[in-house]
Design a binder for this molecule. Sequence first.
Ligand code: ZN
Length: 580
Amino acid sequence: MERRAGLSPILAPALALALIPMACARTPDGAPGDGAYPPSEAVALLAPGLSPAELELRVMQFAPAVLDFDDTSLEPWERQVLAKLIEASDVMHEIFAQQVSPRTAEWWSALARAGGAGQEAALAYFDIMVGPWDRLEHNAPFLDVGPKPAGAGFYPPDLTGDELDAWVAAHPEDAEAFTGYFTVIRREGSGIVAVPYSEAYRPQLERAAALLREAADLAEEPTLARYLRSRADAFLSDDYFQSDMDWMDVASRIEPTIGPYEVYEDGLRGYKAAFESFVTVADPAASAALDELKGHLRALEQALPIEDRYKNLERGFESPIRVVDLAYSAGDTRAGVQTIAFNLPNDERVREAKGSKKVMLRNVAHAKFERILSPIAQEVLVPATAAQIAFEPWFTNVLMHELAHGLGPGNITLENGEQTTVNRALRERYSAIEEAKADVTGLHSMSVLQQKGVFTADFVRRAYASHTADLFRAVRFGAGEAHGMANLLQFNWFREKGVITLDEATGRFRVDLAAMVAANRELARELLTLQARGSYERAGEILERYGKMDPAMQAAVDRLGSVPVDIRPRYAVRLKMQEW
Ligand code: ZN
């Protein structure tokens, strides 16, 4: 079950750097640094007080990782379509760079022309962050360019949220355009105007639309061709509804997700969608394995460790999860930390009509397992436990976590007869409890599937071991957020039950994997039952009692400084394409 290991040679860094498109031909009206332009040394462009050595350390937080996929069984037309999609993705990257700031290209050129100490690291970090602001440090600038405007490049840099709100209040007829996903705001005369993406990024979107149409002409699979054509139309009309609908129906082995989607880059009001692209290739074996898991969902609901009256057998067990390999990504999603899954589209009208798709990026997950989770396990677990962790069981457990969100109580009746949902009943305590529930219910379900002969005992034991390493991963960067809290809850529960014990001599943890199965089932019973009862109080008690950082765990986490924060993708498709 081990994943094929034959990865292509690492791409030359220069190639990755060349992917930042530098289409901007305008005369620079300024460059980072107030000194002479162009400066001769890159170090003069760095943010005040930042040394080249420090910047190199920041680059090293991102471990280069080759994202490979199986292209041997692709049809010739599939390869041709992939090549077009990668070209179109580079256009998305170019637009996104402009959405980060209209000056991104100009700053890049200044760095590229500069020489000397710090240039290599600055170019690399600029490439990772897509721009001169550090996404791991609340957008602090690493070049001497000043703070990042909250509204990135979507709004005039000096426009405040209040000014925007006041304009919209005074011009209600503008509200839809100004607060829409697919416009940028510009100053014009004494006022502001909303410019549709199709105008603001006209040359790029025309190029991208042409590439998608060429891809559609090559595509021999009708759902893919339909999506590519309707998305090309959307680039020029700003109406993405039909193409989002068509995306839900794509049944091709090659699946692109390309266009403006998430609004996180707009820190001013969260209105504006950033361009991005995921070009993925489905792995037939992984898809079949997932389908098999989905086929067991009803039985898994039946096997939940709770009273029968709390089981939710009325619910639908359709789960629109896909497992794919990422061949290429660009734009918003390539900037900073890499995602291992996404859930789209965001348009509520499409979600209402067709639901949404959760896409899991298996080769990205594999790279993170190798470069991050595995080193964490070596550092925090005793060797006997660390030796048990493995990718396939871990990834299956990640899938089970996602499927387990769809198991257990949803719509509930409180003791006083009130009909509500778990989410409404648990309020701000819901997210941490729900994440912990998905973890423990997913693991419990793996034990159930072991009894049914779906998994071997060894596979499930490795899933439990890998999960204990995972508990340290999310708390590395703080326990404030739902996943971090959910992990502390489990860790402390297992500590209390004697499942996880500290090896005083090494500061590493030992896990009794046999005892963990029962303790995990008990925690699943606890969390699912409190959800079924909608008990806000019990949720509070549990989070209070188990949600605190254990000093021994903190000490172990403190030793993880040299483990990479994330991966830096190198796309094997770039090399493969040369052979096609
Ligand atoms: Zn989750």
